[in-house]
Ligand binder design. Structure first.
Ligand code: SAM
Ligand code: MD0
Ligand code: SF4
Length: 357
């Protein structure tokens, strides 16, 4: 396979990539700067998706079970010193009941997410977390993702043994200076090390980006290349949503144009990977745009009435029941897409796990 020349037009680049050329960093930056030609990039991304995923879309349930956190991420509503965010910690029984209902509603994966809650993180051997993952896995029979923050390899191995399939840990940006302004006080290398440890432990891994937070197209192109080289099985991007009570509360919200182009560029760079359309940025109103940019996963499906929050949109569309399988299905149908079942999902996970890396 050859690299595409950086001099090509957007249309030419897209055509070359669909014919098998591997886009380099300059090519990806050109795609990310497509501007008025963005629709060409989205169409190419949909074609790449169709070749690898057909019309299948994978629906993920999101369970933010503890919103306590010891960290001070500049962008996050749940940073330790914010007293405006809702704090709760669900019991194992509550989480299992929520997950059973989510699995019955048609999601193919349960994403168990928490802040770096000292009550769970400081416990020797992370026994309560292991117990929770074991209970959700055996109680639902569904694939499980954990998003717990940075953990040591021993605990990641134990979580895999307890039934976890995936570890999600986002770098936000692979440009170190920008990272240090965002994840204040958290070493850049520690997150990368934890993802590598998770892979050694046999977990599939998701990395991800934030955009609209001081990043440039060059930063995002560099990140896409870094994530492709690492071979992570799932990659994401979310637009920064300014949060009350945080240092970045007054930043003007970016539109989603850069997020959409980043989804499409990731799809063209990594055609066989899972790439989410998150309901946690623009809610249900933003779903079709993200799917039309080449996403093949819908994340942040949250059941109403059980007192769970989103991360970047704590409340948007949750009580209304729009962030549910029922709320998502009409949008898939309108785009000629269909929700995949758990067996098909497991088969796709196994295929990616078998890719040499
Ligand atoms: N505490 C764990 C951690 O940070 O790894 C797990 C939570 S993690 C899934 C939360 C992710 O949501 C962040 O990594 C970031 O990518 C995204 N996020 C948080 N606050 C956000 C905001 N205000 N706007 C957009 N995305 C945000
Ligand atoms: C999402 N709110 O998927 C969730 C969260 C954590 N693994 C994912 C950021 O949008
Ligand atoms: Fe804590 Fe995660 Fe929010 Fe950072 S992004 S403050 S680690 S919950």
């Amino acid at each position: 396979m050859t690299s595409v020349s950086p001099q090509r037009s957007v249309a030419g680049l897209c055509a070359d990539i669909l014919e098998g050329s591997v886009p380099g960093e300059a090519d990806l930056e050109a795609l990310l700067r497509a501007g008025d030609e963005a629709p060409l990039v989205f169409a190419a991304a949909r074609e790449a998706r169709a070749r690898h995923s057909g019309d299948a879309v994978f629906l993920y349930g999101f369970v933010y079970f503890s919103t306590y956190c010891r960290n001070e991420c500049a962008f996050c509503f749940y940073r330790a010193d914010n007293d405006e965010s809702p704090r709760y910690r669900k019991t194992t029984d509550e989480v299992v009941a929520i997950c059973r209902d989510l699995a019955a509603s048609g999601v193919v994966l349960l994403d168990l997410t928490m802040g770096e809650d000292p009550a769970l993180h400081d416990e020797p051997g992370h026994a309560a977390l292991l117990d929770l993952v074991g209970a959700v896995s055996s109680g639902t029979g569904a694939p499980v993702m954990i998003s717990p923050g940075v953990l040591p390899e021993t605990s990641l191995r134990a979580l895999k043994a307890a039934g976890a399939d995936w570890y999600a840990l986002y770098q936000e940006t692979h440009t170190q200076e920008l990272y240090e302004r965002l994840r204040v006080g958290q070493p850049f290398a520690a997150r990368a090390t934890a993802r590598s440890a998770a892979r050694r432990a046999g977990l599939l891994v998701e990395d991800g980006l934030l955009t609209g937070i001081g990043d440039t197209a060059a930063d995002r192109a560099g990140s896409i290349v870094a994530m492709r080289e690492a071979g992570w099985e799932q990659v994401r991007v979310m637009t920064f949503v300014p949060q009350a009570g945080t240092p970045l509360a007054d930043v003007s919200p970016a539109g989603d144009a850069d997020e959409l182009l980043t989804i499409a560029a990731m799809r063209l760079a990594m055609p066989d990977r899972f790439i989410p359309a998150s309901l946690d940025v623009d809610g249900i109103a933003g779903l079709e745009r993200r799917l039309q940019a080449g996403a093949n996963v819908v994340t942040s499906i949250v059941p109403p009435t059980v007192g769970l929050a989103g991360v970047s949109q704590a409340e948007l569309d949750i009580d209304e029941g729009y962030r549910t399988v029922h709320g998502v299905l009409p949008h898939l149908e309108r785009l000629g897409l269909r929700p995949a079942g758990v067996d098909e999902y497991r088969e796709r996970m196994a295929r990616l796990a078998a890719v040499p890396r």
